[in-house]
Design a protein around this ligand. Structure first.
Ligand SMILES: C[S@@+](CC[C@H](N)C(=O)[O-])C[C@H]1O[C@@H](n2cnc3c(N)ncnc32)[C@H](O)[C@@H]1O
Length: 204
């Protein structure tokens, strides 16, 4: 099933809870550093960034799916957020020239994008000097995570080293990775365990 058709029921308890943990981790990774202009890529309905909106002056929320971005727009209106800017875009196919960012984070989106190096280069070019990229995604797994999506054509998670090598070759410094979250999905009464890691780096 496409993300477009899943947008309306996206905000369930487990995603809301996981998004809080991911937002806390992003907070911890950036520490006391001040980042004014921030972008989340593959934001879905914005669950992660709505936990972080008090921390930054401006957050641009990007997703390729119109229905996801429509829900972000509805939330922005409902909660009267003045610093969240939703943008429907697929950076793999379209250029974004309007602005650059001090921090880009993306969660559980890169495993849907086949050419990891290409998207990381795009993020690099969208960062200001000393900007940070923080990728959060699935640790390498056996394919069980998408067992309910027969048409899934992405990555079955990533090895930390694979992500770090790409960060390095693209030009990032101060690269760090770690696994920080263990979760489970239930499918047809079967429990599917999974874990999430981050890789972060700085554009010097
Ligand atoms: C698994 S969801 C993750 C949502 C959220 N970041 C989270 O961690 O819960 C993946 C999101 O990435 C978006 N997405 C997938 N491919 C994309 C692409 N090429 N460009 C932008 N967004 C994409 C989907 O529409 C979806 O909202």
């Amino acid at each position: 099933m496409s993300f477009e058709s899943r947008a309306k029921e996206w905000d369930n308890n487990s995603r809301i809870e996981r998004s809080k943990v991911v937002a806390d981790k992003i907070n911890e990774i950036i520490g006391n550093e001040e980042y004014n202009s921030v972008m989340e890529y593959g934001c879905a309905t914005g669950l992660i960034s709505f936990n972080l909106c008090d921390k930054f002056k401006k957050i641009t929320l990007m997703d390729s799916e119109k229905e996801m971005i429509n829900i972000v727009k509805q939330k922005v209106e409902k909660y009267r957020n003045e610093n969240i800017f939703p943008v429907q875009i697929d950076l793999m196919n379209e250029l974004y020239k309007q602005e650059k960012f001090d921090l880009i984070y993306t969660s559980l989106t890169l495993h849907h994008i086949l050419d990891t190096e290409k998207i990381i280069k795009i993020f690099y070019n969208l960062l200001n000097k000393n900007g940070m990229l923080c990728i959060i995604d699935l640790d390498k797994e056996d394919g069980s995570f998408h067992i309910n999506q027969k048409d899934f054509r992405g990555h079955n998670g990533f090895e930390h080293r694979y992500m770090e090598n790409i960060f390095e070759s693209v030009g990032f410094s101060n690269i760090e990775s770690d696994t920080f979250y263990n979760g489970e999905k239930i499918y047809k009464e079967k429990t599917i365990p999974y874990s999430l890691f981050y890789t972060a780096g700085i554009k010097k």
